[in-house]
Write a protein that binds this ligand. Structure first.
Ligand code: ASP
Length: 413
């Protein structure tokens, strides 16, 4: 049985076991099973996190140096940025339009949420300018500190610089170049070992998620949850595949087949960072993306390109405004979109990261930050789908970028 099939079966079995456990929450076996599931998921997530920083570092250094050497860097960089901005903008427009179309939050009784909001401790104010200052201060730091703290963005920036230096240094740095290349290949070998554990890890993660999340709150916020999830799925099943088909010349079915392992892992872990090692492997091995492109686009996209998160934040802001009985003007909606775009750039690829940056989006148009208390109970569940779309976007962009980069190689301009 191939890995994809195993993962799919594991996911279904995990959901089944989770539902079974919710039916017998007090039983002894439920507690023991949850404990074992917790250990299994920690092992799987722990292994992925262990590989994350060395993999991001080596793949960007190697990716950039190969791109630079082939003269593709400028073009790849531009297409990547353009693709990220385009897909995120489409996600934002979709989020806002669907929130309007379905009037999410209108007619819902706000008093239901009043006590949750009053008891909620709001973190410090987050404004776009303070966010930007933090962003810079956390990015340009001692690389060793960044490695030890797992600061992905800072590692990305340092690796970009090193990659460029490797090329500019030419022959002189051959030893370091070879060392980086071999180190990267070793990391990929470790990834392939961890992938063997993916079915078990996904099984445990999904069973635990279903068993421990309170599915009943979903019904109170059902309409919003339904609209956001539906819109996110629409973006993932229609918008992104259409772009892939037009610009990447790839059949969406081929894409989904090749990307399946990473997408299911994204769903189960709700973390694009933890999924990154698998996204990289799927892009290279199943989707035919060349290592230098995947090595550059996937780590960068994991950190900066989050369509699902942007869509969610824009729709959620409108939902909260409707709940409060406020009509946001066109300018305010534009501000929401802009802030949601910045927020999705800065959100780390970890579970519920979007919730933290959501505060910034709410505050940008004067909505109360306490309102996230309303969204918190359903966030872990909605996070599953938006993370899948975040990861899908990165892999899709790597296909498109690779195709254009290859073309330049064939017909140099
Ligand atoms: N969990 C998401 C991710 O890892 C981020 C978010 O919370 O929106 O991509």
């Amino acid at each position: 049985m191939n890995l994809n099939t195993q993962i799919l079966i594991a996911a279904i079995a995990g959901v089944g076991l989770g539902l079974l456990l919710t039916s017998y929450p007090q039983a002894d076996f439920a507690q023991t099973t949850l404990y074992v599931l917790g250990i299994l998921s920690s092992i799987f997530i722990g292994l992925l996190k262990m590989l994350l920083i060395p993999l991001i570092f080596s793949s960007i250094v190697v990716g950039v140096s190969n791109l630079q050497a082939g003269g593709e860097f400028g073009r790849v960089w531009k297409i990547t940025a353009l693709s990220c901005v385009t897909t995120t903008t489409l996600a934002l427009i979709l989020g806002i339009s669907c929130a309007h179309l379905f009037d999410v939050g209108k007619g819902v009784d706000i008093t239901l949420f009043q006590s949750a909001m009053q008891n909620h401790q709001t973190p410090d104010t987050l404004t776009p300018s303070s966010f930007l200052t933090n962003f810079i201060q956390n990015t340009l730091i001692n690389p060793f500190k960044a490695f030890s703290e797992g600061n992905v963005l800072a590692v990305v920036v340092f690796a970009l610089f090193l990659g460029v230096a490797l090329v500019k240094g030419g022959e002189r740095f051959n030893t370091v170049r070879q060392l980086s290349q071999q180190f990267f290949e070793m990391m990929m070998m470790l990834v392939s070992w961890v992938m063997k554990l993916a079915p078990l890890g996904i099984f445990a993660l999904l069973a635990k998620l279903i068993a421990t999340e309170d599915l009943s709150v979903l019904s109170r916020l059902a309409e919003f949850a339904f609209v956001v999830t539906g819109t996110t799925i629409f973006h993932g099943l229609v918008v992104l595949p259409t772009l892939l088909w037009i610009f990447g010349k790839m059949n969406p079915l081929t894409f989904f087949r090749g990307a399946r392992a990473a997408l299911v892992t994204a769903f189960a872990t709700s973390s694009s960072s933890a999924t990154m090692p698998l996204s990289m492997r799927c892009a290279q091995e199943n989707l035919g993306v060349r290592p230098q492109t995947a090595g550059f686009v996937i780590p960068l996209g994991t950190q900066l390109n989050m369509d699902g998160t942007a869509l969610y934040e824009a729709a959620a802001a409108l939902f909260i405004a409707n709940l409060m009985g406020l009509d946001l003007s066109l300018t305010q909606q534009f501000i929401v979109c802009l802030t949601a775009m910045i927020a999705s750039l800065g959100a780390p690829g970890i579970p519920s990261a979007g919730m933290v940056t959501m505060i910034m989006v709410l505050q940008s148009v004067g909505l109360p930050a306490e309102a996230i208390a309303i969204l918190l109970p359903i966030d872990r569940l909605l996070d599953t789908v938006r993370t899948v779309v975040n990861v899908q976007g990165d892999m899709m962009i790597s296909v498109v970028v690779d195709r254009y980069a290859k073309q330049t190689e064939i017909e140099p301009s």
